[in-house]
Design a protein around this ligand. Structure first.
Ligand SMILES: NC(=O)c1ccc[n+]([C@@H]2O[C@H](COP(=O)([O-])OP(=O)(O)OC[C@H]3O[C@@H](n4cnc5c(N)ncnc54)[C@H](OP(=O)(O)O)[C@@H]3O)[C@@H](O)[C@H]2O)c1
Length: 255
């Protein structure tokens, strides 16, 4: 059964020029909004409990503490995009870390994504999906979100969303890594101008080459770690390039 997660990209309600991408456009990707394209940091930090291997199952006080500390470290390192979801139970801690007293004022240009409706257990059907999308659009119309997107949709879900969409579908977050990448989904998103974003972009592999492969395929990434050295490495992806015809193609062929 496909997981339905309607994702809300609650990009900071600052002028586009104030967002972190103005200073470093090469670290960002464009997403569509109702009023034109906006740049979004291409590398996000996730806050799902599965990203914190040290926390015992269902120990949410551990997960929350890790989320708060890691988001703080991410912001200190210059990361400006954070991924959250209602069922991760870490949204309060993300907010607390972003609001941290000593934070560089540019951290107010942070891009946060959070899910608005999630149902991993059943397929609610076309009508509910379309109504959920209209509710997401309302958030944009009310000025509560700048851009809205989806997660873990299949091609049919995307087509039925596009049938009713008045606000662009900015982004689609799916599992994407060298061992699991749906090339048809990438093409479909590119056809409709939807930015694809990878969850579990490492998929058990290590290091920046794996993340860089996604970026060079045109896919933004949400990585997960509470290790500050790993965070620094996950943000340090813009001073090198993989060869398209050897390295990128070879990694794509690993699936
Ligand atoms: N929409 C959805 O359905 C969905 C589903 C799952 C996840 N997500 C989102 O995606 C985020 C990331 O998922 P994930 O944790 O599976 O992603 P991931 O980044 O592919 O994997 C995380 C693992 O990679 C390690 N790691 C990270 N950076 C590293 C580096 N530079 N070198 C070596 N190891 C590194 C981490 O270990 P260390 O802690 O040791 O660094 C951690 O064990 C989640 O937090 C969540 O926000 C979304």
């Amino acid at each position: 059964m496909p997981r339905l997660v309607a994702a809300l990209l609650a990009l900071a309600r600052t002028a586009a020029a104030d967002l972190p991408c103005a200073a470093k456009p090469e670290t960002c990707v464009p997403i569509k909004t109702a009023t034109g394209d906006l740049m979004m940091p291409a590398v996000a930090l996730g806050t799902w409990r599965g990203s914190y291997g040290d926390c015992a199952d269902n120990d949410y006080s551990c997960v929350r503490a890790k989320a708060k500390a890691s988001v703080g470290d991410w912001l200190d390192l210059g990361g400006r995009h954070i991924d959250g979801a209602n069922d991760y139970r870490t949204q309060v801690e993300i907010g607390e870390a972003v609001a941290g007293a000593d934070r560089d004022p540019s951290a107010t240009g942070v891009a946060a994504s959070a899910d608005c409706a999630a149902s991993p257990y059943y397929d609610p059907g076309t009508k509910v999906r379309q109504e959920t999308w209209k509710a997401m659009e309302l958030l944009v119309k009310l000025g509560k979100a700048v851009a809205v997107g989806i997660s873990d949709y299949n091609a049919t879900h995307i087509e039925e969303t596009l049938e009713v969409a008045e606000v662009p579908v900015a982004l689609h977050q799916v599992e994407w890594n060298p061992k699991k990448h749906d090339e048809d989904m990438l093409k479909l998103c590119q056809k409709h101008g939807i930015q694809l974003q990878a969850w579990s972009p490492l998929g058990g592999a290590e290091g920046s080459v794996t993340l860089k492969w996604s970026l060079q395929r045109g896919v933004a990434v949400v990585t997960g770690t509470d290790n500050k050295d790993h965070m620094a490495s996950d943000l340090d992806l813009f001073g090198f390039a993989l060869g398209y015809y050897d390295e990128v193609a070879a990694i794509s062929a690993l699936q």
